[in-house]
Design a protein around this ligand. Structure first.
Ligand SMILES: [Zn+2]
Length: 473
């Protein structure tokens, strides 16, 4: 039999996990799966994550979060192992001059990644996930299965704080991630760090189901404890009238506005947990069960600063600035005052919910941007990103809907590509056709190549037409 998972992708796989997973995969209601993904957790990774979890829970209990003083040992450790740390810290007394240490930018991650990766590391287990989301240029953030494995105890902690007790059994489905895209990867797997509990990523777009009623039946049959996804997927699920009552909704916090959070919570009749996580840093914060406007710093090994935009000095509590992080557990990507590009404020002190780690408030959730076809159908911008990111010569992009049937696509390109005019005309033509076919009949796409490449977090998707006419999807 063609196995779903094997000892290479899931070293700790047991027979009973496989039986349960197979019945999910081969359910008559199942979507059209197109990928197989294992957790790559072996004995060593398993031990690492369990140790991390013990330390993490202990730190939470004792309110031991990272401070400017405690993070020094992390920086000292990498000062001797990463060329980037060595150069950046040259001549600095980091204890006395912490605030003068130059900040790491997204551009540094894009251009100096080989210097950042510590020397003498075994690179064979490296996993590379380009970041996606609302910015136009992907960062290649190298990661290790053991650091990815640490998402499990961190996510579990965040749901437990909202009253959900994860069931560690292969019979249980812990989470189903919902997407709404024309095309995306879809898979089901089981997780060694959760006793073989199942996890699946499904596309709720009608494209991906044999029969329209299958989605509803699949959710009911697999009965996940929680649903995860971005606000776009939850909005689509509500529009489609999906009837399922999870124990909680786990949503990416950056795009979730308070109004939408309330709407989702009312619809699914369960708590909505905001989760702030970046590929570069891993999970950063989760929403406080007592006051959802605030998010507690989640891990115990990241030092979070909030700096003013101009002077780059830490702002006093209660003032808004840029979120900057140092530390983490990704062996390939130690962070030294990394500028996340996200804005918020930080507050210290005890919290009535019982988690006394500092609280972060992200400046009003970024509003999700949707595009609309001339016939009114919605387009997920991620589908636009999928088309543009396929082209290795596109460094950064911004796509704006300017009229009901017009889009402007601004690109910053590898210079070699524009130099060869004939070649570029062909590529441009192809790109234009592909985008127009996504945007629907009678759509027009104008491509320009003057988009600046400056390493800043630029908005990748804008719908100025919708803003102008005030349509609310
Ligand atoms: Zn709290």
């Amino acid at each position: 039999m063609n196995k779903i998972l094997d000892s290479k992708t899931t070293p700790l796989l047991c027979e009973d996990w496989e039986i349960e997973l197979n019945s999910m995969i081969h359910s008559k209601y199942a979507p059209i799966w197109n990928t197989r993904i294992g957790d790559r957790i072996g004995e060593g990774e398993f031990r690492f994550v369990k140790n991390f979890q013990t330390e993490f829970l202990q730190a939470k209990k004792n309110v031991n979060y990272q401070t400017k003083q405690s993070i020094i040992s992390f920086i000292e450790f990498y000062r001797h192992r990463s060329e980037f740390f060595r150069t950046r810290l040259f001549g600095y007394n980091i204890k006395e001059e912490f605030e003068s240490i130059p900040l790491t930018t997204r551009e540094d991650l894009q251009t100096k990644i080989t210097e950042i990766i510590p020397t003498d590391l075994d690179l064979s287990k490296m996993v590379i996930n380009p970041t996606s989301g609302t910015t136009g240029k992907p960062i290649l953030a190298p990661n290790h299965p053991m650091a990815i494995g640490c998402y499990v105890p961190l996510i579990e902690f965040s749901v437990e704080r909202h009253g959900v007790k994860p069931i560690h059994s292969p019979k249980s489905t812990f989470a189903i991630q919902l997407c709404y895209q024309e095309k995306t990867i879809e898979y089901a797997t089981c997780h060694s760090l959760a006793g073989g509990a199942k996890f699946a990523k499904i596309n709720i777009h009608p494209n991906s189901w044999k029969k329209p009623s299958d989605l509803q039946n699949f959710l009911k049959e697999s009965s996940p404890q929680i649903l995860t996804g971005d606000p776009y997927a939850f909005e689509s699920a509500m529009k489609m009238g999906i009837e399922y009552r999870p124990e909680a909704i786990h949503s990416t916090a950056l795009e979730l506005t308070p109004a939408l959070r309330l709407k989702i919570s009312n619809y699914f009749q369960c708590p909505v947990i905001n989760f702030y996580s970046l590929n570069e840093t891993g999970p950063l914060a989760y929403s406080c069960p007592f006051d959802p406007e605030w998010m507690h710093i989640l891990p115990h090994d990241l030092y979070v600063e909030v700096l003013t935009k101009d002077t780059k000095i830490p702002v006093p509590t209660g003032n808004v600035g840029e979120i900057v992080v140092t530390g983490g557990r990704n062996p390939y990507l130690p962070l030294l005052r990394y500028k996340t590009g996200d804005i918020g404020d930080l507050e210290y002190g005890p919290c009535p919910c019982g988690d006394h780690f500092p609280r972060l408030r992200l400046l009003s959730g970024r509003k999700s941007v949707y595009f609309h076809k001339p016939n009114g159908d919605t387009i997920n911008p991620i589908d636009v990103g999928r088309i543009l990111r396929k082209k290795p010569f596109i460094f950064q992009f911004q796509v704006e809907q300017t009229k009901s049937n017009e889009w402007v696509c601004r690109l910053s390109l590898e210079t070699e590509v524009i130099k060869n005019e004939t070649h570029w005309e062909i590529e441009k033509d192809l790109l234009q056709k592909e985008l127009e076919s996504l945007f629907g009949e009678n759509s027009k796409v104008f491509i320009s190549t003057n988009f600046p490449l400056d390493g800043k977090k630029q908005l990748a998707y804008i719908n100025s037409y919708q803003d102008k006419i005030g349509v609310n999807p």
